[in-house]
Ligand binder design. Sequence first.
Ligand SMILES: [Zn+2]
Ligand SMILES: [Zn+2]
Length: 75
Amino acid sequence: MSSTKSLLIIAAAFFAAGVAFAANETAKVAGCCAKAQASGKACGHACCVENAKKGDNCTKCGGAGKIEKKADAKK
Ligand SMILES: [Zn+2]
Ligand SMILES: [Zn+2]
């Protein structure tokens, strides 16, 4: 009985982790771009600039998915 219950808990945990991973996978800013953003600049890497034009995070530098745009970035 108890082993069945713990298996269910493990299965639920794996499912939750999978959902969280899938959500993170859609948007991940590359380390160099995150540093540049933190100092209020755009990343100067040619590969990052090219990907930014397409609205993507640079996969070469460890990023993934689409760049999240802040609605009130420019006023
Ligand atoms: Zn970059
Ligand atoms: Zn890059």
